[in-house]
Write a protein that binds this ligand. Structure first.
Ligand code: OAD
Ligand code: ZN
Length: 383
């Protein structure tokens, strides 16, 4: 089992370069190689030099075209033609923003731009284990604001649920900790919560396990941080912090899933956090990949910077299999579902499930109110 940990500093350096490049390319369509001082000659030379030294053979044959069209239509026709049953979905915070949960890195609305009130040394410190040991309060304050149970799944979540109902989903890999996949009904065996979940928690000192209800109770009663019942340790929800290992299930599943993947769909992620981001490179070379996102992402990863492949290829001349859909994930999923022939089913499921959740919440609130009244009446009689 690998012990890959989050390594965001290196990745972020690469991503900031990447963001700049894609923004410029979208604005004026010009090559920015000269502007950035990186000539294509030097990259090509370096790539050939390293390939030679490492004994990597360049493949000069024209690659076989996998998709008829590099867009949603191309992906849909591929799925239909090949009767694909092993689709992997990879998701990030963008699939939950329409539920009212902010993502991390979007300018203005992203969580990392809105943490001033916590006085952190830097925004990501809120998810760093070393800072948490020093001061766990900001994390729990934020957890209270973003606590699962307050939000409803989005069209994207129900799209993935339908993919599973139609026996087309091999696995859903999510970086999200909001548990909305579970609420939407995606079964545990089809779900890999790569960055953990609020579902359970542990004492950081003696490892005693705690339920979500126990933690929620403490956090919402302002007992922050929650302290272990057996020792003075802090109880932390099992979400993966920077500096922590990813769950065992992640490491186990990726070993067998990605080599059999028939189509990869990536939604709502900036693909900047490792090791999750480089999962896109683990599918076979002839596996089509679709990115549904507000911005292009993942088109340069790791070795792709040196021309060794890796990363989504939709902007490359010799692309054979990658497509993107730019815009809101919900709209992208509706488009995909419409073209697969189950758009109405998706809209219906979304409506029906939201009505069910609303009804349940109303009943829950009623029960609480009545319980409160009974308590109040008892108090009154005592008085
Ligand atoms: P990011 O905030 O880095 O990226 C979200 C991506 O989704 C961005 O590219 C947005 O443009 C896009 N986006 C937002 N809303 C969208 C919408 N409605 N439709 C389409 N696209 C949308 O979030 P992640 O990639 O998930 O780790 O971040 C990865 C990890 O970094 C998180 O799991 C988190 C964070 O540090 C932990 O907290 C452990
Ligand atoms: Zn303990």
């Amino acid at each position: 089992v690998t012990t890959a940990k989050f390594s965001h500093s290196r990745v972020q350096k690469m991503s900031s370069k990447k963001d700049k490049v894609s923004a410029r390319a979208e604005n004026n369509g010009d090559s920015d190689e000269e502007a950035s001082g990186t000539s294509s000659f030097s990259i090509e030379f370096l790539s050939r030099y390293l390939a030679d030294k490492l004994g990597i053979k360049g493949d000069d044959k024209p690659k076989e075209k996998i998709l008829d069209e590099f867009n949603v239509d191309g992906i849909v026709s591929y799925i239909k033609k090949n009767n694909c049953k092993k689709i992997i979905v990879m998701a990030g915070a963008g699939i939950s923003t329409s539920a009212g949960i902010p993502d991390f890195r979007s300018p203005v609305s992203g969580l990392y731009h809105n943490l001033q009130k916590y006085n952190l040394p830097h925004p990501q410190a809120i998810f760093e284990l070393s800072f948490f040991h020093e001061n766990p309060k900001p994390f729990f304050e934020l957890a209270k604001e973003l606590y699962p149970g307050t939000f409803k799944p989005t069209i994207c979540h129900y799209f993935i649920k339908l993919l599973n109902d139609k026996e087309m989903l091999l696995r859903h890999y999510t970086q999200n900790i909001d548990t909305l996949e579970r609420v939407a009904g995606i079964p545990d065996e089809k779900l890999v919560e790569a960055h953990g979940t609020f579902n359970k928690g542990h004492c950081l000192q003696c490892r005693k396990s705690y339920t979500q209800t126990w933690m929620k109770d403490k956090i919402f009663s302002d007992i922050i941080p929650p302290i272990c019942e057996d020792c003075p340790g802090v109880v932390k929800p099992d979400i993966v912090f920077f500096g922590e290992n990813l769950p065992e299930k992640f490491h186990k599943s990726i070993l067998t899933d990605f080599s059999q993947c028939e189509v990869l769909i990536i939604m709502g992620s900036s693909l900047t956090v490792q090791p999750f981001a480089s999962l896109i490179d683990r599918v076979p070379d002839n596996c089509p990949r679709l990115l549904i996102n507000r911005e292009k992402a993942g088109h340069q990863s790791g070795l792709s910077l040196f021309g060794f492949g890796g990363g989504l290829e939709f902007d490359q001349e010799d692309n054979t299999r990658d497509a993107y859909w730019l815009g809101d994930c919900d709209d992208g999923c509706v488009d995909l579902a419409d073209k697969l022939g189950w758009g109405d089913e998706l809209r219906e499921l979304f409506k029906k499930e939201h009505e069910r959740i609303d009804k349940e919440e109303l009943q829950e609130a009623k029960k609480k109110k009545e319980a409160g009244k009974v308590k109040g009446e008892k108090k009154d009689t005592k008085l």
